[in-house]
Design a protein around this ligand. Structure first.
Ligand SMILES: [Zn+2]
Length: 139
């Protein structure tokens, strides 16, 4: 009996951990929402399909994975095999990011990026509040 109960709790905890870990963009959205900001998500009509679009502030936010977008934070490690494939793939992502940013900016959007590593528990509050302030133009 007691064991069943603890199993249940354990699996709940596990699913909670999984969902918060696997969806950094959800962390960012929830935070901005709690601050009273309203946004659209994954807007297909804009270059790069931004994760968060705040029309009122003419701002888009990309929530980037450190590996896929080659963040200079030490979390990016080139896989040991298929180096050619990965180099091409990751460089392609970076080129696309640059092109999307340029296009968005030429359409008058401000482009903000928050990285996966900035959403780790220890530092998330600081980076999220920084992001919020940049959105509402206080920095
Ligand atoms: Zn990073």
């Amino acid at each position: 009996m007691a064991d069943n109960h603890s199993k249940e709790i354990r699996s709940m905890n596990m699913s909670h951990i999984r969902s918060t870990n696997s969806k950094p963009e959800e962390i960012v959205r929830k935070y901005l929402f709690s601050k009273g900001l309203r946004y659209r998500k994954n807007v297909r009509t804009l270059p790069g399909k931004p994760d968060i679009v705040l029309r009122k502030y003419k701002t888009v936010v990309f929530v980037n994975g450190c590996f896929w977008h080659k963040h200079d934070c030490g979390r990016f490690v080139m896989p040991a095999s298929n180096i050619e494939y990965w180099t091409k793939k990751i460089n392609g992502n970076i080129d696309r990011d640059k092109a999307n940013t340029a296009q968005l900016e030429s359409q008058g959007w401000r482009v903000l990026t928050i990285w996966e590593c900035q959403l780790k528990k220890k530092v998330a509050d600081e980076y999220l509040s920084q992001l919020y302030k940049s959105i509402i133009n206080k920095i």
